[in-house]
Design a binder for this molecule. Structure first.
Ligand code: NAD
Length: 235
C-alpha cells in the first residue's frame, strides 16, 4: 500500500530540483503523476518511471495551463513548484526583473489554481501545495527583494484559497524551504552554511517527503499553513 495510492497529482517545474524529487516520491507512493516543465529535454529523464507521465507546459501561459487542466477529469493534488530567484535589493531590481519574477512566481500559481480548483470542487476534495520560501513574509533575506515579495504573495494566496474553500473539501498549504543544495553556488553555499545551525543543507528529497505528507490524507487536518523546512535557519 502506498501513501498516495489512487491519487492523481499534477505538478509544475518537475524537470529538476524539488519538482523532480517530488514527482518521483509521489509516484513511489502510488500516485498517478503528471509531471510538467517548460524544459522538455530535461523532463524526458522522467519518462519511463512507473506512474509518471510528462508534458511540456509553460505555467505563465494561460492557454497552456487551461489545456493541461482540460486533459484531466479530476485532480486530487496540485503542486505549484515553478519559481525563479532574482538576486539583488530593490535598487538592483529593474521593472523587467520585477515583472518576470512576479509573473512566474505568483501569477502562474493564480492561473494554475484557477484552472484546477473547479475539478477539485466537483469532487469536494483536493489538496493544493504552493512552493513559497522562508525568504518571504517569514524572514528578511538580503538581496532577495522581488523574490521574497513574490513568495510572501504565495503565502497570501495560499491562506486565501484555504479560507475560501475550507468548507468544500479543499486544503491549501505552502512549503517554505530555507536553502537546499541543487542550485547553490559555492560562495552562496559557504555564506549560508555560516548561518545555518543544523550544520548542513537540506536535500530536495527531504522537501519532497514533506510534500508527500501534504498530498496524502495523513494531513487531512492541515490547511492554510506555511510548512517551514529550513534546518533552523530562522533561529
Ligand atoms: N533551491 C532552493 O534553495 C529553494 C529554496 C526555497 C524555495 N525554493 C523554491 O522551490 C521551487 C523550485 O526550486 P528548485 O531550486 O528546486 O528549482 P530549479 O530552479 O532548479 O528549477 C526550476 C524549474 O522550473 C522550470 N521552469 C522555469 N520557468 C518555467 C515556466 N515558465 N513554466 C514551467 N516550468 C518552468 C525550469 O525549467 C526548472 O526545471 C521554486 O519555486 C523556488 O523558488 C527553492
Amino acid at each position: 500500500m502506498g501513501r498516495l495510492d489512487g491519487k492523481v497529482i499534477v505538478l509544475s517545474a518537475a524537470a529538476q530540483g524539488i519538482g523532480r524529487a517530488a514527482a518521483i516520491a509521489f509516484a513511489k507512493e502510488g500516485a498517478q503523476v503528471t509531471a510538467t516543465d517548460i524544459n522538455g529535454e530535461k523532463l524526458k529523464e522522467l519518462d519511463g518511471i512507473p506512474g509518471i507521465k510528462t508534458k511540456v507546459v509553460d505555467v505563465t501561459k494561460k492557454e497552456e495551463v487551461d489545456a493541461l487542466a482540460k486533459e484531466h477529469n479530476h485532480v486530487d493534488v496540485l503542486f505549484n513548484v515553478a519559481g525563479f530567484v532574482h538576486h539583488g535589493s530593490i535598487l538592483d531590481c529593474e521593472e523587467a526583473d520585477w515583472d518576470f519574477t512576479m509573473n512566474l512566481n505568483i501569477r502562474s500559481m493564480y492561473l494554475m489554481c484557477k484552472a484546477f480548483l473547479p475539478k477539485m470542487l466537483a469532487k469536494k476534495s483536493g489538496s493544493i501545495i504552493n512552493m513559497a520560501s522562508v525568504a518571504s513574509s517569514i524572514k528578511g533575506v538580503v538581496n532577495r527583494c522581488v523574490y521574497s515579495t513574490s513568495k510572501a504573495a504565495v503565502i497570501g494566496l495560499t491562506k486565501s484559497i484555504a479560507a475560501d474553500f475550507i468548507d468544500q473539501g479543499i486544503r491549501c498549504n505552502c512549503v517554505c524551504p530555507g536553502k537546499f543544495r541543487t542550485t547553490c553556488q559555492e560562495t552562496a553555499y559557504k555564506d549560508f552554511m555560516a548561518r545555518v545551525k543544523i550544520g548542513r543543507m537540506c536535500s530536495a528529497e527531504e522537501v519532497a517527503y514533506l510534500c508527500v505528507y501534504l498530498a496524502s490524507d495523513e494531513s487531512a487536518y492541515v490547511t492554510g499553513t506555511e510548512q517551514i523546512i529550513d534546518g533552523g535557519w530562522r533561529l
